[in-house]
Ligand binder design. Sequence first.
Ligand code: C5P
Length: 235
Amino acid sequence: MHLLIPAAGSGKRMGAAVNKLLLPLLGQPILAWTLQAADRASSIEWIGILSQPGDWPAIKQILAAMDLSTPVQLLQGGATRQESVCKGVEYLYGWGTVERVLIHDGARCLATPELFDRCSAALQQVDGLIAGIPVKDTIKVTETGPNGIQIQSTPERSRLWAAQTPQGFRLSLLWQAHQEALAQGWQVTDDAALFEKLGWPVYIVEGEETNLKLTTPLDVLLAAQILQQRFNPAR
Ligand code: C5P
């Protein structure tokens, strides 16, 4: 399975001056944890990292320190996550030989190799899937008006799932979906949303509660705890 890792963001919501994926987490950069998990997944045969050229020296340094067994290529990312993925999809589609692809956010550095393998296996049966977990909170749909943020409705919780990555797709369909998004000016925050807009089915694979997306400094603290527990459970 070919894997694209969008890693071309900034550190804005993290309050950092650099790409948050380059920040340290228990002795190695956040991106290194993501790469380590993907490399240990037996189903992953190639990794493309969508990133800003300004980050390439730092990413090359990370790769040099890791000795991964999976081939890794640096690809230029875009101004949004959607644009970054689009560039990666276009690149792979150009090969003419790749049938399916997984997309995994570099910021979800706690995903396990087993999750990658579960998604790869499930993607042999369907054309679109995402990792997801059932929502625990009651979710409110709101509208902001002159008097504040007003609740509009409460969706039935049993039908709500929190979307994670990996997300996996038949490459030709994902390429088509991104072309349509460009033509229509659609802006989405994950790739499944493009399939949904086109009425194409996307299925859920059981994700992992620990598969956090590191967005704020609190997430980094939580991630450190989880990794500590995972790799040194006796401490
Ligand atoms: O900002 P956020 O964490 O939601 O971004 C999700 C993922 O998309 C991150 O791994 C980030 O590096 C990536 N991204 C990207 N290109 C951008 C913006 C974000 O690849 N222009």
